[in-house]
Design a binder for this molecule. Structure first.
Ligand SMILES: [Zn+2]
Length: 357
């Protein structure tokens, strides 16, 4: 997939293509924006575009074994296939990857020696330990050591530090020098959702590339390409708030609510009991529920009159307040129970939240 196939980030992709074409690549870059909007995919495609040679690569035909002089029945060596002589194709668009050169083909196979992804999965393999939430100093030191080596295949040696906010402070300090005085031909791209988690010394050394939430239509197209049927893609895109990650959370949420029996008086309790064990994920799911409650309340409010409208106005205020509290350290179970109770009091049941308007 070249940069031109990235959906929903048109302005940013134009900027990246202009940089790739100019060949004046900043040696340290930060791709930042909300989670689940394609920052990593863009970083990888940009790395491919920067390292692309724009000339077709053909595998050499396997060398024919020399005929055995004592074997009178040896078949004569086959003549070279005529297509081998055809001139190599070239790719005129220098702002994007070609998909046919050796570098592009290596990148597509996941085995490019000069494009390396540094993340917690790599770290677990490198340090031979369980995956950790943080990127440690030893991992980032290894990256700086690689950065000193010459590229093996392509013009640039590119490191993509995925979710770079996972770097602990001393790990961030360990890459400062590489960002400040990068060895020739080195490019470091940090992808981050929370820029504030990076040291100011890191931020000031990098070129910032901003990514925004995906437009709903773009999200729908991506979800459909991932196999969702059109109705499901439309529903998840509407709930996804511009993020593939949020859309996936909404999908999991819908599945769980759908499994509850409508009218079961204990369904709110059962829903709470089924929240993910990981407290961060559980909190994210409660936020998804509050976002759904907000959007349903707004819709119902617009069409309501009289006392029902007053009840919905109160619910809207209360849900907004709960949503703000969800970003702070308030118990997410308490928020969930309060939201479900108040929703039902105003006539919005748990199963109403996932109904498509
Ligand atoms: Zn290429």
């Amino acid at each position: 997939m070249p940069l031109s196939d990235i959906i929903g980030q048109d302005k940013t992709v134009r900027r990246l293509r202009a940089l790739a074409e100019s060949r004046r690549i900043p040696p340290a870059m930060i791709f930042h924006g909300p989670p689940g909007i394609g920052k990593f995919a863009a970083a990888f495609e940009f790395a491919k575009a920067v390292n692309c040679s724009h000339t077709e690569h053909r595998d050499r035909p396997a060398a024919a074994a020399a005929p055995d002089p004592d074997d009178l029945f040896a078949a004569p060596a086959p003549a070279a296939a005529p297509e081998q002589a055809a001139p190599l194709k070239t790719h005129a668009d220098l702002s994007d990857s070609c998909g046919m050169c050796l570098s592009c083909r290596q990148a597509a196979s996941g085995a490019h020696p000069d494009i390396r992804v540094v993340d917690t999965v790599f770290q677990a393999a490198f340090l031979d330990e369980d995956e950790s939430a943080n990127l440690k100093i030893d991992t980032m030191r290894e990256m700086t050591r690689w950065a000193q080596q010459k590229p093996m295949l392509a013009p640039w040696k590119i490191f993509i530090v995925r979710d770079a906010e996972a770097m602990v402070a001393n790990a961030q300090n360990a890459i400062l020098k590489t960002l400040e005085e990068p060895p020739p031909g080195t490019l470091v791209i940090l992808t981050v959702s929370r820029k504030a988690a990076l040291l100011s010394t890191i931020l000031s050394r990098c070129c910032l590339i901003e990514f925004g939430p995906l437009p709903e239509a773009a999200l729908r197209t991506i979800l459909a390409a991932q196999g969702a049927d059109p109705a499901e893609a439309a529903r998840l895109a509407a709930l996804g708030g511009g993020s593939l990650e949020k859309a996936a959370e909404a999908g999991a949420f819908i599945k769980r609510v759908s499994a509850l029996r409508p009218g079961d008086p204990a369904r709110a309790f059962k829903f709470a009991a089924g929240l993910p064990r990981d407290s961060h994920q559980a909190r994210e799911e409660v936020k998804t529920l509050l976002d759904l409650l907000l959007s349903k309340t707004r819709t119902a409010w617009a069409g309501a009159e009289g006392p029902a409208k007053d009840r919905l106005t109160a619910l809207l205020r209360r849900t907004l307040e709960l949503r703000r509290m969800a970003d702070r350290n308030v118990s997410y179970l308490l928020l969930l129970e309060t939201a479900l109770l108040e929703g039902e009091r105003a006539g919005l049941k748990l199963e109403d939240l996932i109904r498509t308007v």
